[in-house]
Each structure stands twice: as structure tokens, then as C-alpha cells.
Design a protein around this ligand. Structure first.
Ligand SMILES: *Cc1c(COP(=O)(O)O)cnc(C)c1O
Length: 426
């Protein structure tokens, strides 16, 4: 399709967009009395309108039933979290028995590493990507130190080549090959938070297994954004936060995946709690831990219902739309945004460099744009004019037009504001 950088054309694309009505299912902040153009769904997704209904339902049950709500609430609390397994399994490509929700992302990765980072003899190294999200770096460093190793020896970072913005699959595979039988774990962010690069998780997982390592994925920027097939890719474990592309609310609970081949293994090392115990005997309060026969064996505490409620609200929308349609719109709107950026680039003296891979198999919703000759004032200008973006030093803006609530018109209007911001300065 031949794109045009005009309001009429953008409106035409919106009119044809089969997901256009979902925009009305979200609450937008306002700047100068106008709904913002929101590009930070990769950081905190907008609030779905049904989130309050789900939370209020719990508040009401708590008010009217108190402790009885565990069993007699509209959606009983004791197994409330199970309602999320089905929709989540579709989003991440898993069996419902392989996914659940609890705690938060960094906590869950630590907990999963109890099971999947088991250094022994010369097999003690962890492979990750260089400049991983800081929380992941701290997590990995503290894990290896906890096991008595020196992070500078035990953590092997996959490097980008000089002058390149993205990782090359051959370099990743070569690093895994080189570390070989010293590799205990490969743990990478499935979509790079800085560039938006999507990794070939299937090939990397296979390679990690070939050298005898466990392979896990941090899917913070992947879940609800790209197509995932965790079960078929044979991934050992994964975790993701729910507040980015899945719109569950600030700091909200994390989802996790444990491949079914690890279920029903009583000897697997794991930190355990009562909510991981078999349901039919859980309330007998026996001293012996008898694990759930699925990923829920990793659950510790009774679930935070008030957090899970808005997550469930959001998942009902994902279930209704399906990842396929989300990805279809995602590809179109990101291509339109890319086109707009290139058009504006022609009109201004400074130049934009999109550091996200151009191939849509290698990217999701995010475009990271290196703004040569621009500074943070531009970010402030955009914000003042109703465009919410994310700024990363030295001068990269990250733009993630979430397909459920961003419109093509947003892309057009953003382009005009960006152009003005740069030209006024020039
Ligand atoms: C957002 C993000 C996190 C955040 O972790 P929390 O424990 O939810 O605070 C961690 N890792 C990556 C890669 C992220 O993008």
C-alpha cells in the first residue's frame, strides 16, 4: 500500500481499521484538554475502562462477604488466578497448565532461577545480552554471587558488533557454542527494551539445549506484543510483567511459564508455599508439601485479588481480539509510523535513524529513533504538546503505538508536532 502523510489518508486508514472501536475501551490522560497521543504502552499501558468494574466487584464482595468471599464471591478468590491461565496461554503460546500469575517480574525470575539456575562443577555460567534491562543485570549478578561466583566470570554477555545497533543471531549462537558445557543458563529479554529487536527465541532455545543449558526468557516487552510459542519452542521457563503491553495497572503482577516437562517433579529445587500445594488437600494444613501438578506448583502465597482483577479485565479484551488481529494492526501502524518519520526526516535538517530492525519479523510495536542533532528539549516539547514518548540517553525516543488504542490519525498528528518542534528550533 502507498502511504500518504495527510490527515485524510490517516483517517481513511482508521475508518478501515477493524480494531478501531477498542480505542473507546480505554481511558486517556489529557493535556491541554485533549486526549494525549500515547506512545508508552511499552512502559505502562493505558487503563481499560472495564478495569474498575472488576476491581469494584472484588471490593463489593469483600464488603459484603468478607472471609466468605474466598469461596462465595462472584468470582471466588481461592481459585481466582486460574481464570487468567486460559487467556494468557493463548497470548504466550502455552498450555493453560503451563502458565500462572503471581508476584512481580523480577521476583518471579529470581524464584524461577531457584529451579533453573543450578550451577554445578564447571557448568556455572549464564549467558545474557549486553546492556540488558538493569533489573535483569542486578538479578543475574546477585544470583551468581549468591552461588559463590564472581559475576565478571560467571556472566557472559552477548555483544553487538561495533557500529551496529542490533544483535546478530550468528553471534548469539556462537557465544552459546563457545561457552558450551560451562553454560548453565541462557536468559535473555525476548524483545530488547532499548531497540525493540525481537530475538529468534526458537533457534536460541534449541542452541542452549544443545549445549545442555536451561533456557529462560524475560518477556516484559514481548507478552501481548509479539507472537509467542513458548511450548512449541521448548522454552524451559519465562516470566513477564502485565503492566506494559497488557494494560493491567502500575507495578502489577507478573505472569510466568514453566514447561510441562518440569511438572510433577517432586525433586526439582523450588521455593515453596501453600498456594503451590494440591488444591484438594491444601486446607488440610498437612506438614508435607504435595505440589500442584502444573505451573502452579511454583505459587507461594494466596493471590493478590485486587491486583489480579484488572489484569483479568484486560485479558478478556485480549481474548476477544486475539493476538493475530493485534499483530496485523501492529504491523500496519508501525509501518505507517515509520513512513511518517521518514517523510518528516526529509523536511528537517537533523536526521532520524530508526535503530529498530526494519524487518517486521524482527520487531514488534516499538520503534526506537536516534535523533541526530536533537536533545531532550524535543522530548519536553512533545510532552507539552500532548505526545507521550519515552526518552533514553543519549537521544533516543522510543515510540510504541499499542494497536488496541492508538490510531493512524495519532501517527499523522505526531508527525506534524514533531516537525514543528524541530523546525521551530532550527
Ligand atoms: C519492565 C521490565 C522489568 C521490570 O521488572 P519489575 O520487576 O516488574 O519491576 C524487568 N525486566 C525487563 C526486561 C523489563 O522490560
Amino acid at each position: 500500500m502507498q502511504f500518504e502523510n495527510t490527515l485524510a489518508f490517516a483517517k481513511e486508514l482508521d475508518a478501515k481499521d477493524e480494531l478501531k472501536d477498542y480505542r473507546n475501551s480505554f481511558l486517556f490522560p489529557k493535556i491541554n484538554g485533549k486526549q494525549v497521543i500515547y506512545f508508552t504502552g511499552n512502559s505502562l499501558g493505558l487503563q481499560p475502562k472495564n478495569a474498575k468494574l472488576y476491581v469494584n466487584e472484588v471490593m463489593k464482595d469483600w464488603e459484603e462477604l468478607a472471609v466468605e468471599g474466598h469461596f462465595y464471591a462472584e468470582k471466588p478468590w481461592w481459585d481466582y488466578h486460574e481464570r487468567l491461565a486460559n487467556p494468557l496461554s493463548k497470548i504466550v503460546g502455552a498450555k493453560p497448565s503451563e502458565v500462572s500469575v503471581m508476584s512481580t517480574l523480577t521476583v518471579n525470575l529470581h524464584l524461577l532461577m531457584v529451579s533453573f539456575y543450578r550451577p554445578q562443577g564447571k557448568r556455572y555460567k549464564i549467558i545474557c545480552e549486553e546492556k540488558a534491562f538493569p533489573s535483569d543485570q542486578y538479578m543475574l549478578q546477585s544470583q551468581v554471587r549468591y552461588h559463590g561466583y564472581d559475576p565478571s566470570e560467571a556472566i557472559v554477555e552477548i555483544k553487538k558488533r561495533t557500529g551496529e545497533h542490533n544483535f546478530r543471531i550468528e553471534d548469539i549462537l556462537e557465544t552459546i557454542e563457545e561457552v558450551g558445557e560451562e553454560c548453565a543458563l541462557v536468559l535473555i529479554g525476548g524483545v530488547n527494551y532499548y531497540t525493540g529487536q525481537v530475538f529468534d527465541m526458537k533457534t536460541i532455545t534449541q542452541k542452549g539445549h544443545d549445549v545442555g543449558a536451561f533456557v529462560g526468557w524475560d518477556l516484559a516487552h514481548a507478552a501481548g506484543n509479539i507472537k509467542l510459542e513458548l511450548h512449541d519452542w521448548d522454552v524451559d521457563f519465562a516470566a513477564w510483567c502485565s503492566y506494559k503491553y497488557m494494560n493491567s495497572g502500575p507495578g502489577n503482577v507478573s505472569g510466568y511459564f514453566v514447561h510441562e516437562r518440569f511438572h510433577n517433579q517432586k525433586e526439582i529445587p523450588r521455593f515453596e508455599g501453600w498456594w503451590g500445594a494440591k488444591k484438594d488437600t491444601r486446607f488440610l494444613m498437612q506438614p508435607q508439601f504435595d505440589p500442584m501438578p502444573n505451573a502452579e506448583a511454583w505459587q507461594l502465597s494466596n493471590a493478590p485479588i485486587l491486583s489480579i482483577a484488572p489484569y483479568l479485565a484486560s485479558l478478556t479484551m485480549f481474548e476477544e481480539v486475539g493476538m493475530e488481529r493485534i499483530i496485523k494492526k501492529r504491523n500496519n501502524i508501525v509501518r505507517y509510523l515509520e513512513f511518517i518519520l521518514k517523510e518528516i526526516d526529509k523536511e528537517v535538517a537533523s536526521s532520524f535513524e530508526i535503530i529498530t530492525p526494519p524487518d517486521q519479523e524482527e520487531r514488534g510495536t516499538q520503534l526506537s529513533v536516534f535523533l541526530h542533532g536533537e536533545g531532550k528539549e524535543l522530548f519536553h516539547y512533545l510532552m507539552k504538546n500532548g505526545v507521550v514518548t519515552d526518552w533514553r540517553e543519549p537521544n533516543v525516543i522510543r515510540l510504541a503505538p499499542a494497536p488496541l488504542y492508538c490510531s493512524y490519525e495519532d501517527m499523522y498528528r505526531f508527525g506534524q508536532i514533531l516537525r514543528k518542534g524541530i523546525l521551530n528550533k532550527e
